[in-house]
Design a protein around this ligand. Structure first.
Ligand SMILES: *Cc1c(COP(=O)(O)O)cnc(C)c1O
Length: 370
């Protein structure tokens, strides 16, 4: 028991035989990638599941972000207002497109971008807002859209954490101009590596198709300077298999999430993010905030969990704006809340097969009875 390591997540996998049976046809067709049958089937099924008008599958979430930013053809050096309280991919995708990230603070209540601070950061060079539905917490999509409309800005959501989340009864990918999902092995729905962009317009559909496949449009025709960001057939089949179990996975996560919440709600010095109103959550992560009146600091709690083989993560510390590659390079507002959250946050293990005994153990360590 002592030496079994418990990580913050565990990748969902379908029954072995089911995947093996599902990939068998590939040995007949030898069609392994290039928008094959399974790529098309998964694209269609996910479009339905996520309840979005258009979807383009990608090789991973990061390339999905890069491709959709590129698709909008913003002038080089333009500014995109974004959050530093995220995975490094969000900021990389902006900078790798030769654009400038402008860092906006977040809200203490749920860690999403503080929409009241956006307008102060808008300049004549601003072209877009790139917020993150961090932990699946939904940004203030209405207010962000109002501001975007007023200044004619695009809105691209990093929805990597928000697979299956609904807001006001709609799939979360229906907000802004586009939303990016990640199907990485560590996310709640995975295709081993994978991702997708949800969007609206047929022009974006054509553009993304070009960008993910070298701009090739015929045996002798290349119309755009595309990259290679296609999802292969093995990944698509993994997705088709996993998708059959996603509702079960969410149900199991919900049980564990609810149990954690009931037990941690009133622990002195521990704060949880507020639940969003009008949101159907996906129970993707369980972040807790370690306040000053907790008996030890955040890092000490992480260490005591580690002593029992339980590996929590400081998602997201440091802020992306403070990373060596970005530090002091870009404009930002005072990132007071983002800094506080980065210092306090700890994401504890949560996944569909997490044993109850481990959850008890984690709770005991956090409440100090162990
Ligand atoms: C996982 C993640 C990404 C990148 O997705 P990959 O599929 O790993 O490339 C981007 N943004 C956020 C917030 C993520 O958590």
């Amino acid at each position: 028991m002592e030496n079994k390591k418990i990580f913050v997540t565990m990748s969902s996998m379908p029954p072995y035989d089911e995947y093996i049976d599902a990939i068998k046809p590939l040995w007949d067709s030898h069609w392994l990638t290039n928008m094959g049958k399974y790529h098309q089937e998964l694209e269609e099924k996910l479009k339905n599941y996520l309840d979005v008008p258009e979807l383009s599958l990608m090789v991973n979430g990061h390339m999905a972000l890069e491709m959709i930013i590129q698709a909008f053809e913003f002038p080089k050096g333009s500014e995109i207002i974004t959050t530093p309280f995220t995975f490094i991919s969000t900021t990389h995708a902006i900078v790798r497109n030769h654009l400038k990230p402008v860092f906006c603070d977040v809200k203490m209540s749920d860690g999403t971008i503080d929409e009241t601070k956006l307008e102060d950061l808008i300049t004549e060079n601003t072209v877009a807002i790139l917020p993150v539905h961090v932990y699946g917490n939904v940004c203030n999509v209405k207010e962000i859209q109002t501001i975007a409309d007023k200044y004619r800005l695009k809105v691209i959501y990093d929805a990597a954490h928000a697979f299956g989340v609904k807001y006001a009864g709609n799939g979360i990918g229906n907000y802004g101009d586009a939303s990016v999902f990640s199907f990485h092995a560590t996310k709640i729905f995975n295709t081993i590596e994978g991702g997708a962009v949800a969007f609206f317009s047929p022009e974006i559909r054509e553009k993304l198709y070009n960008l993910k496949n070298f701009g090739i449009r015929g045996e002798e025709l290349v119309v755009d300077i595309g990259a290679n960001a296609k999802m292969n057939e093995f990944a698509a089949i993994m997705g088709l298999c996993n998708l059959k179990y996603i509702d079960l996975v969410l149900e199991e996560r919900k049980k564990r999430y609810t149990f954690y919440k009931e037990n941690l709600n009133s622990v002195r010095g521990i704060k949880l993010f507020d639940s969003n109103i009008n949101v159907e959550p996906n129970y993707a992560y369980f972040p807790i905030l370690i306040k000053e009146d907790y008996r030890v600091n955040r890092d000490e709690l992480q260490d005591s969990l580690k002593k029992y083989g339980i590996y929590s993560r400081k998602y997201f510390y440091p802020l992306t704006s403070d990373q060596a590659c970005f530090k002091n390079k870009y404009k930002k507002c005072k990132l007071e809340n983002a800094r506080k959250l980065a210092k306090q946050v700890l994401v504890i293990p949560l996944y569909d097969s997490l044993e109850k005994s481990i959850i008890y153990q984690i709770l005991k360590i956090i409440t100090g009875s162990k």
